[in-house]
Design a protein around this ligand. Structure first.
Ligand SMILES: Cc1ncc(COP(=O)(O)O)c(C=O)c1O
Length: 399
């Protein structure tokens, strides 16, 4: 049979990272690869008890189809959760999603056509790069420095696009403890970004899975809040602050946009499982999520510090890295001549794995970079793994 595939399917490519990370499953390999939460934080007992309770009291709802926008209890819990981090939203502005990857997908469906220009960070979240590439979007990258997106570069890019009669459909950014770099957009730049977006009437897509995981106790105002909820679509998820297994997230936007998203979601999956929503709504209402987030911070903060300490102690001078104050990742740069994909096999022989940086770059650059995850490995693994990684990099640099 000769199949006739869609135009979208032509843009699908096999993930290099997935192929490489297969090696990291070898026994004895210390992996800094995935973006996984520490499973020791999973509230298994609470979820067992809440599952029983929800089934006993509301089984008739939990096992039924639900509203596409989300269960009322969940929407209320989400609005309350956001307000604890300074973000005010009305229930009408919220739509529950099957995690934020679905948010990215729904926004792609809403805004993108083949060749549509968009703006994103370099490097940026791989799952977004893949989703936008799949749509055939024309991705324009803006480099990051230690304060986040380079706003001067953004202005120049927008000017150049204007000259060509182009306007980005949106600017996609991960302002807090970015995946993959761990970098946070400074307050000054947040304000500038919102101003530029408003002046040019470009929507901002604020992807915000790590916002709650601040090691300093401080969170900067979100783009959503700075803009007064105008022209910003914020995506959130339980995957990093709680667990990814229920595939639960949400987005907030102006009501007219949320409305369109709800209509699109209807054709995608009808609704996010009511079962999961009722369990998590109860979990949030009882104040348990806040405690889990506090525990996550207590767990990840020393792991991040241990990774930074080990890098300081063992890495050669030619390597540089970001110093995150939250989240799950840091970003390592090697001299341009080193290709982190080429040396990956050697890393696995040294019993360590990382994520190669190149696929996070929409402009095909970044072959000398890698992402290191500190949330999943233990403190001991971080210390010995970074020592091994540094030893290997020294060997490579001497060649
Ligand atoms: C920036 C960012 N957005 C979205 C996601 C997708 O997460 P999920 O679909 O599990 O919510 C991730 C996962 O790593 C991420 O880092």
């Amino acid at each position: 049979m000769t199949y006739q595939f869609s135009r979208v399917s032509k843009h699908i490519i096999r993930s290099e990272i997935r192929e490489l990370l297969k090696w990291s499953r070898n026994p004895g390999v210390i992996s800094f690869g995935g973006g996984l939460p520490d499973p020791a934080l999973f509230p298994i007992q609470d979820i067992i008890e809440l599952t029983r309770e929800v089934l006993e009291k509301k089984g008739y709802l939990a096992l039924q189809y639900g509203p596409t926008q989300g269960e009322q209890e969940m929407l209320e819990a989400l609005v309350h959760h956001m307000s604890e981090y300074g973000d005010e939203a009305s229930i009408e502005q919220v739509c529950v999603t099957s995690s934020s990857q679905q948010g990215i997908d729904l926004l792609s469906l809403l805004f993108l056509d083949e060749g549509a220009p968009i703006i994103m960070e370099i490097p940026s979240y791989l799952g977004a790069v893949q989703a936008y590439r799949r749509c055939g979007a024309d991705m324009h990258g803006i480099p990051l420095d230690e304060d986040g997106m380079d706003i001067g570069y953004l202005r120049t890019t927008l000017d150049k696009m204007k000259e060509k009669g182009e306007k980005p459909r949106f600017i996609y950014t991960v302002p807090d403890f970015q995946n993959p770099s761990g970098i946070t957009l400074s307050l000054e730049r947040r304000e500038e970004l919102v101003k530029i977006a408003h002046e040019n009437e470009i929507p901002l897509v604020e992807d915000s899975p790590y916002r709650e995981l601040s090691f300093t106790g401080k969170v900067l105002p979100s783009l959503w809040t700075i803009s007064g909820g105008k022209g910003v679509i914020m995506m959130k998820t339980f995957s990093k602050i709680l667990f990814p297994g229920m595939r639960m997230g949400w987005l907030v936007a102006e009501e007219s946009i949320t409305d369109k998203i709800i209509m699109l979601k209807q054709s995608v999956d009808l609704c996010t499982p009511s079962f999961n929503q009722l369990i998590l709504a109860e979990y949030i209402k009882r104040g348990k999520m806040k405690k889990t987030i506090e525990k996550a911070i207590q767990c990840y903060k020393p792991k991040c510090a241990a990774m930074l300490r080990a890098l300081d102690q063992h890495m050669p001078d030619e390597a540089t890295w970001s110093e995150p104050s939250g989240g799950m990742f840091l970003w390592l740069k090697l001299p341009e001549r080193i290709d982190t994909k080429e040396i990956f096999k050697m890393a696995v022989e040294h019993q360590i794995a990382y994520v190669i940086g190149h696929p996070f770059h929409c402009d095909e650059s970044g072959s000398n970079t890698m992402r290191l995850n500190f949330s999943f490995p233990s403190l001991e693994q971080i210390e010995s793994g970074i020592k091994r990684l540094a030893g290997m990099i020294k060997e490579v640099l001497q060649k």
